[in-house]
Write a protein that binds this ligand. Structure first.
Ligand code: HEM
Length: 366
C-alpha cells in the first residue's frame, strides 16, 4: 500500500539551501576577509533561531493561561513548555563562551563594517521581552530615544502592535486573580497567617537589636530596612497600601493576584497546588536566567570593546549592565520569599477550603 505522504529529503525538509546560504561576511565583500566574522554571524543566527523557539513556547503558554477557566492539565503543559524555555536560556548563556573565543583584536578586524547595526535591533529579542511583559514605559532609555527608534518603520509597527497584546505577565495576573480560594467564611487563614508573620518580624527585629556585632549606626540602618519590610507586609492586607506601592513602582502584580501567588507559594505541598507552584517557580527561573544573560552579555561587551560606545550608539557596557537589574519582569514573584513562614507555623487548611482549591478537572484528556 502506498504511503499517504510523499518521501521527504533531509535538506529539503530543513530548507538547508536557504539556511546555509545566509552567512555572508561583510569583510569579504569589502575585500578584507576577517576569519572570525563567520563565527560572529553564525552565533547571532543561532540566537535568532532559539529566540523563535522561545517565542513559540511563550505564545502557547499565554494562550493556555488565557483560557477561562484554565484546564488543570494545561498547567502541567505550561510548566513543561516553560521548562523548555529555561533549558534554551541556559544554552543562550553558554553560547557567549563560544563567541568569546574571538579576541577583542579579532573583532576589530571587522567591527567597523557593522555600524550602525546592533543586537539592539533584534526584533525577536524585543518580542521576547514584550511577550514576557516588559512595559515600554519602564524601559531604560539611551540618548533619550524610544527603544524602537533604531529599527525600520515596519519593525517598529510590529513592536508597537505586540505591546497591545496580552503578555505572559498579564495572562498570569488574570489567572491568579481567578483562583477561587482566597475568601471563605469559615477560613480565617489570612488572620492567622498575619499573626505568624508578625511574630516572625518581631523576632527579626529583636535579633537586630540584640546583635553585638552591629554598630549603633548599622542597627539604625537595619531597623529602617526592617520597617520597610513590615510596610510591604502590611500592604499584603491593605489594597490601598498595595496601590500606593504600585504607584511608586515597588509592586506591579495586582493585590488579588499577589495574595493568590503567596497562597500558592505557602501551600505548594498541597497536591493541587504543586503544578501552580512549579509554574510560578518557572517564571522566577526565566526572569533570573534572562537577567543572567543580560549581565553576562554586558561582561562580554566590556571585554570586547572596553568602555567604547556600541555600534548601535549606546554607552555600551554601562547601559547593558543597568538593564540587567531594571528590566526584570517577575520581580513580585521573587519578592514573595520575604513573606514565607516556616511550615510548622503555617495555618492548617480547613476541609471546605481544600475542596474549593479544585481547578477544573476534565475527563476528556487523551
Ligand atoms: C562581539 C560580540 C558583541 C558585542 C561587542 C555586542 C555589543 C553590544 C552593545 C554595545 C549593545 C548596546 C547597544 C549598542 O549600542 O549597540 C548590545 C546590545 C544588544 N546585543 Fe550585543 N554584542 C555582541 C554580541 C551579541 C550577541 C551574540 C547577541 C545575541 C543575539 C547580542 C544581542 C544583543 C541584544 C539583544 C542587545 C539589546 C540589549 C538591550 O537593549 O537590552 N549581542 N550589544
Amino acid at each position: 500500500m502506498d504511503k499517504p505522504y510523499p518521501p521527504l529529503y533531509y535538506s529539503e525538509y530543513l530548507e538547508l539551501d536557504r539556511l546555509l546560504d545566509s552567512q555572508h561576511r561583510k569583510s569579504e565583500e569589502y575585500g578584507d576577509p576577517a576569519h572570525d566574522e563567520m563565527l560572529f554571524i553564525i552565533v547571532h543566527q543561532a540566537y535568532e533561531l532559539w529566540f523563535k523557539q522561545v517565542l513559540f513556547e511563550i505564545d502557547s503558554v499565554i494562550a493556555l493561561l488565557s483560557e477561562d477557566p484554565v484546564q488543570e492539565r494545561h498547567i502541567g503543559v505550561c510548566v513543561s513548555r516553560l521548562q523548555r524555555v529555561i533549558e534554551i536560556q541556559k544554552i543562550l548563556i553558554d553560547q557567549l563562551r563560544v563567541l568569546e573565543t574571538m579576541t577583542p583584536l579579532d573583532f576589530l578586524d571587522f567591527r567597523d563594517y557593522l555600524f550602525p547595526a546592533s543586537g539592539f535591533q533584534s526584533i525577536q529579542f524585543r518580542l521576547v521581552e514584550i511577550r514576557l511583559g516588559l512595559q515600554s514605559d519602564t524601559r531604560l532609555r539611551y540618548n533619550h530615544a524610544a527603544y524602537h527608534s533604531r529599527v525600520s518603520v515596519e519593525h517598529r509597527d510590529a513592536l508597537i502592535a505586540a505591546e497591545q497584546e496580552t503578555s505572559l505577565f498579564a495572562a498570569l495576573e488574570h489567572w491568579l486573580e481567578r483562583t477561587p480560594f482566597l475568601e471563605s467564611d469559615s477560613f480565617r487563614f489570612w488572620e492567622r497567617y498575619r499573626a505568624a508573620v508578625h511574630d516572625m518580624l518581631e523576632h527579626d527585629r529583636s535579633v537586630i537589636e540584640g546583635n553585638p556585632t552591629l554598630s549603633d549606626e548599622e542597627k539604625v540602618q537595619q531597623i529602617h530596612e526592617h520597617a520597610r519590610t513590615a510596610e510591604h507586609f502590611d500592604a499584603m492586607f491593605d489594597p490601598a497600601k498595595h496601590a500606593a506601592l504600585q504607584q511608586e513602582g515597588q509592586r506591579r502584580l495586582s493585590h488579588r493576584a499577589t495574595l493568590a501567588a503567596l497562597f500558592i507559594s505557602l501551600y505548594r505541598d498541597q497536591p493541587i497546588l504543586t503544578m501552580p507552584h512549579r509554574l510560578l517557580a518557572s517564571l522566577v527561573d526565566i526572569d533570573e536566567l534572562f537577567t543572567t544573560w543580560r549581565y553576562r552579555h554586558a561582561l562580554m561587551v566590556h571585554r570586547m570593546i572596553g568602555t567604547k560606545i556600541g555600534t548601535g550608539g549606546s554607552s555600551g557596557y554601562q547601559y547593558l549592565k543597568s538593564t540587567a537589574e531594571s528590566h526584570r519582569i517577575f520581580r513580585d514573584l521573587t519578592n514573595l520569599s520575604t513573606f514565607l513562614i516556616p511550615r510548622r507555623v503555617l495555618p492548617t487548611l480547613p476541609e471546605d477550603v481544600r475542596r474549593r482549591l479544585g481547578f477544573v478537572h476534565t475527563t476528556d484528556a487523551p
